[in-house]
Write a protein that binds this ligand. Structure first.
Ligand code: UT7
Length: 333
């Protein structure tokens, strides 16, 4: 390990994958006591993507990961590490990242999953930042991938309307230079006292998989929407402010804010508190809903491909999720 040099952790490529199947609010009106008007007004979501039988977290992650590798011009065998942020892994173990490694033939890499739900990708950026800036690793593939459609209770209108499936990836690379570039900072937090706000309560290691929990639909997402909403606005605003202060940046110097896409009203409330114009806030919630750990990397990939993220621009990414977990990252392109 060489740690007497100045290393930066830069983004060398991004990718994303969304399943083809679209489930619209109108489709949901046919099976649930809900309406397009309610969903649109309360969340900003119009439609979401649903994985096919063949698509799992690892399948989608590998597709997004391949795109990021292609853009970065890196052969999979040169990867040092694959991290997958997911709360809907293919199986309990082995990790989804190991399946991705196999699919990519990236056998020189260590591979593991991280569990920080909607904040998972930001937590992953924080891990990658350490490995790259200390000089330990040179190439890291970080992916967020979720098949939320398999862990939502499709009879619970308060949660199932929110979530969608997809994957996003980032190839992060170590470069040796003094001038800060790439990941400028990450700030991550957890508060386990709020673990009941959003959870999949069914026991695995705690009580064993049991019929009672299955019958009571405890292996699906449960959420206290209102309480989560309030805490999400506060934590996301605070952690963005902290990131700005840490980097000596003002909100005017931020070219784009890519927030976790959980609810359009949460995002608007955060932007309002930061006095940041909505035109500079990236939004794709109307198309994909809440894709948990995949939301930030899908957003960053789309923002890059559509020109919303420009070279030399500074972006702020921020998320809040189950745990409770929350965090922010600042990236200079
Ligand atoms: O990604 C992790 C972070 N997750 C979040 O941040 C999610 C945060 N929470 C939210 O986004 C919002 O709380 C929700 C979208 C989940 C709910 O919106 P809300 O404005 O907080 O609604 P509410 O839970 O206060 O419910 C208002 C009413 C209730 O009816 P009553 O009790 O007033 O008669 C609900 O039963 O809306 C009803 N409702 C619905 N009505 C039609 C709840 N879901 C639906 C629905 N369609 N799908």
């Amino acid at each position: 390990m060489t740690n007497n040099k100045s290393f930066q952790a830069v983004v060398a490529g991004t990718g994303s994958y969304l399943p083809e199947k679209i489930l619209t609010n109108q489709d949901l009106e046919k099976t649930l006591n809900t309406s397009d008007a309610w969903i649109t007004e309360r969340t900003g979501i119009h439609e979401r993507r649903i994985a096919s039988e063949e698509e799992s977290a690892s399948v989608m992650a590998a597709k997004a990961g391949k795109q990021a590798l292609e853009e970065g011009g890196l052969s999979p065998e040169n990867l040092d590490l694959i991290i997958v942020a997911t709360s809907s892994p293919d199986v309990l173990f082995p990790s989804t990242a190991c399946f991705v490694q196999n699919e990519l033939h990236a056998f020189g890499a260590a591979a593991y999953d991280i569990s920080a739900v909607c904040s998972g990708f930001i937590f992953g950026l924080s891990i990658a930042e350490q490995y790259l800036k200390t000089g330990r690793y040179e190439n890291i593939l970080l992916i967020g991938s979720e098949v939320n459609s398999r862990i939502v209770d499709w009879s619970d209108r308060a949660t199932c309307i929110l979530f969608g499936d997809g994957a996003g990836a980032m190839l992060l690379k170590r470069v040796e230079q003094e001038k800060p570039l790439g990941i400028l900072s990450t700030h991550i937090y957890s508060d386990g006292s709020l673990s009941d706000l959003i959870c999949v309560p069914g026991g695995i290691g705690k009580t064993g998989i049991n019929k009672e929990d299955i019958d009571n639909k405890k292996y699906f997402i449960k959420m206290s929407g209102n309480a989560t909403f309030k805490v999400a606005v506060k934590r996301m605003t605070d952690v963005i402010r902290e990131a700005l202060e840490f980097n000596g940046l003002s909100m005017e110097e931020v070219g784009i804010l890519v927030p976790h896409q959980a609810n359009q009203r949460i995002i608007r409330a955060v932007a309002e508190r930061l006095e940041y114009p909505m035109e500079k806030v990236f939004m794709n919630i109307h198309k994909y809903g809440n894709t948990s750990g995949a939301s930030i990397p899908i957003g960053v990939d789309e923002a890059r491909r559509t020109g919303s993220i420009k070279p030399k621009q500074t972006s702020v990414l921020a998320a809040v999720g189950a745990g409770l977990t929350w965090g922010s990252a600042v990236i200079k392109w």
